[in-house]
Design a protein around this ligand. Structure first.
Ligand SMILES: [Zn+2]
Length: 340
């Protein structure tokens, strides 16, 4: 229990805490020492007075220095329920009826960084993050930007970070190409007006097209087998966030047909079954479940890159195409949002 509390009050590298947990157990430290450790490492509680918190269906909103207009709130709740439906219907990952995603939106960089410091113990140059310790999707709203455009961008990042939270509910320590690839995929979800689709991120797509013609910076098999640290090491090489970009492209491809969606489901179910310490063998699963194995899969992925359409329907959206979500946001809907 104490170990659980300790882990839940931390943010960041999960592997580190897994290892720490193992070491602590191995050395049979007394509960007293664990308690002292917990008291020393419990982060300060954020300044609650700045925040307005309330609950809706599927979400707990936690807002700082910003009021969310009803259409925007409705768009976020709708998008999050679609992502949840996709996790359930496509991957077989179910959520309890009362499950809620905690969405924290903070207006102003200073407020955001202050909150980041409190939750993560560090300030990274980002516009959103998921706090594993607090189970919370935190997104920066930039002041002084064009209002509607900024709101649409914020909604995209909310979907990205919320996808991490939903993923984390079921699967810990996943291959990052899947976790980040899916988050980037859902970041492209547009729920506005009749334009409800998943949009392709043009910048990432351009890189993949270039690689598909001129050669990728890594073999697919090697990429699929990268562990947590290797992934970030690979990602930081070059300026194009190549780990995120290749993971995103694979996810976009795999969500494009029933055959590849099923492989995705097999991979996620395999990680879930094998538990926290489990390491999935995506290559083996693709070889066993895709006709022609990894070699044909890779060929199909690369040829798909060259003919990828700008947007795709999302299965979970089919029955909602005529829902009126938020015409107030419709005019300036910018589907080409991207996170840094
Ligand atoms: Zn992410």
């Amino acid at each position: 229990m104490l170990i659980k509390l300790f882990i839940q009050n931390q943010e960041g590298d999960f592997e580190f805490f897994e290892n720490l947990q193992r070491i602590l157990l191995k050395n049979l430290l007394s509960k007293k020492i664990l308690l002292i450790l917990f008291l020393f490492t419990a982060p300060a509680v954020a300044d609650e007075s700045k925040f307005v918190t309330y609950e809706t269906d599927k979400c707990t909103f936690n807002l700082c220095n910003i009021e969310l207009a009803k259409p925007a709130e409705k768009a976020i709740v709708f998008g999050i329920s679609l992502i949840m439906d996709t996790y359930h219907n496509t991957f077989g990952l179910e959520f309890p009826d009362d499950y809620k995603v905690k969405v924290t939106i903070i207006s102003g960089k200073e407020n955001f960084d202050e909150y980041q410091q409190k939750l993560r113990g560090k300030v990274a140059p980002c516009i959103g993050f998921y706090s594993r310790g607090y189970r919370e999707a935190v997104v920066l709203h930039k002041e002084n930007e064009e209002k509607i455009k900024e709101l649409n961008r914020v909604i995209g990042v909310v979907f990205h970070e919320s996808s991490h939270m939903m993923f984390d509910y079921h699967i810990h320590n996943p291959p990052l190409w899947i976790d980040e690839g899916l988050a980037e995929y859902f970041e492209g979800l547009s729920v506005i007006g009749k334009n409800k689709r998943i949009f392709l991120q043009k910048n990432r797509q351009s890189w993949c097209k270039w690689w598909a013609k001129n050669g990728f910076p890594i073999e697919l098999e090697e990429f699929l087998n990268l562990d947590y640290h290797q992934f970030y090491q690979f990602d930081s090489k070059g300026k194009n966030s190549q780990g995120y970009t290749i993971g995103y492209s694979l996810v976009y491809f795999m969500m494009s047909s029933n055959a590849t969606e099923n492989i995705f489901k097999e991979i996620l179910q395999d990680i879930k079954k094998s538990g926290r310490q489990g390491k999935v063998d995506s290559v083996k699963i693709i070889n066993e479940n895709y006709e022609g194995g990894l070699e044909r899969f890779e060929r199909h992925w690369k040829s798909y890159i060259l003919r990828t359409k700008e947007s795709r329907p999302l299965r979970a959206l089919r029955k909602h195409m005529d829902d009126k979500i938020s015409s107030a946001l419709e005019d300036s809907n910018d589907p080409n949002r991207s996170e840094d």
